[in-house]
Design a protein around this ligand. Structure first.
Ligand code: TXA
Ligand code: MG
Length: 341
């Protein structure tokens, strides 16, 4: 199968979206941009299309899919009941990088996330995503458009790296603005709980909901979000996360690269403020705008250092507050080793 890249700028947009909608209506999967990461979309009410998603990604069958809607009214047929907290969150953050877990409607087809009492719903902001869902006229299930276990794609070329020849088309919407997957919040329990941290932070959610919001432990043996138990976001290189205070991390970066030099090709993934310990290293800068900017470039950096064929990536940790919580969540899952300095 030849994978087509469909442009979405200028005069090309309408035709590209029409092509993608036609494929989706035939039960095919199509990759498309969202503001967070690229998604691999399929008709949420087509059994064959859903099966294709799991096959193409190599995704474990017990990892459920998020249902993407193009307008808030599309939430009604998905959920059994819609708590007021959903509407409060919608008012503040939708469309946007937030996914809400609700009790599923008994009318939902069984092949959609079988055995789960809940359904995850997201209303993306990206104009191409919205146009696609609205012209299709049905909601789309859309996991991140990477092979299972690899870093999520934030550019069309990343999707191509993983899925060339296995899907018909990729809608190219340029770089994703957010760069990390959506915050997932569960509203099915008594206390709202964040299952996956993202750029919409626990603090922001608490402010809007006017109540305490939990953060699910990511290491739990039986995680509440099934996707959490798998190793994730992994580059092919070994990823060493250096955790501690900044001056100690700087020192550790220097010493580790010294120790590895000559044996391995070393990459460093860090904010521009970290000086390159040696000219011979491959340095991928996470930018100059702090952790928000780093969030945007994190997955791209992991993929880029793989492309340069480094053996080891050294990565200074971020403070676990605000967006740093989400960045560290992804880095911990990607890391092969964590060193406290
Ligand atoms: O930003 C995003 O959310 C992207 C874009 C494409 O929208 N999508 C995405 O999908 O990240 P995926 O499949 O890669 O991650 C979905 C996460 C998984 O951890 C999954 O286990 C969890 O959401 N999830 C889905 N349905 C759930 C449910 N009913 N209850 C709990 N967790 C659920
Ligand atoms: Mg994913």
């Amino acid at each position: 199968m030849k994978t087509r890249i469909l442009k979405t700028t200028g005069d090309d947009r309408a035709g590209s979206i029409r092509t993608a909608v036609k494929l989706l209506a035939e039960g095919e999967v199509v990759a498309f941009p969202t503001e967070t990461v690229y998604g691999l979309g399929a008709d949420a009410f087509n059994r064959k299309a859903i099966r294709a998603i799991y096959k193409v990604k190599g995704r474990p069958s017990d990892n459920p899919l998020i249902v993407h809607i193009g307008s808030l009214s599309q939430v009604h047929p998905l959920a059994a009941t819609i708590p007021i907290r959903f509407w409060v969150l919608a008012e503040a953050f939708m469309p946007g990088p937030l996914t809400v877990v609700l009790r599923r409607s008994p009318a939902l087809p069984r092949y959609l996330n079988p055995g789960l009492p809940s359904v995850a719903v997201r209303f993306p902001r990206h104009p191409v995503a919205r146009a696609l869902i609205n012209e299709a006229g049905f909601p789309l299930v859309a996991p991140s458009a990477n092979l299972s276990g690899r870093p999520s794609p934030t550019r069309a070329v990343h999707v191509l790296e993983d899925l060339d020849g296995t899907i018909h088309a990729i809608l190219d919407g340029g770089r994703c603005r957010v760069g990390l997957e959506s915050t997932v919040i569960d509203l099915t329990g008594r206390r709202p709980t964040v299952l996956r941290p993202g750029v919409i932070t626990v603090e922001q959610l608490e402010k809007v909901l006017r109540t305490k919001v939990g953060l699910a432990r990511q290491t739990a043996k039986k995680p509440r979000s099934p996707g959490l138990k798998y190793r994730h976001y992994s580059p092919r290189a070994e990823l060493i996360l250096l955790e501690g205070k900044k001056p100690e991390i700087r020192k550790a970066l220097k010493e580790m690269s010294g120790a590895l030099k000559g044996k391995k090709k070393i990459g460093v993934l860090a904010l521009a403020g970290y000086t390159r310990p040696s000219e011979r290293l491959d340095f991928f800068s996470l930018g100059t705008t702090g952790v928000e900017g780093a969030a945007r470039k994190l997955f791209e950096g992991l993929r880029e250092l793989d492309r340069r064929k480094v053996d080891v990536i050294l990565c200074p940790a971020f403070e676990e507050e605000k967006v740093g919580t989400a960045v560290m969540n992804r880095l911990r899952k990607a890391a092969t080793r964590r060193i406290r300095v």
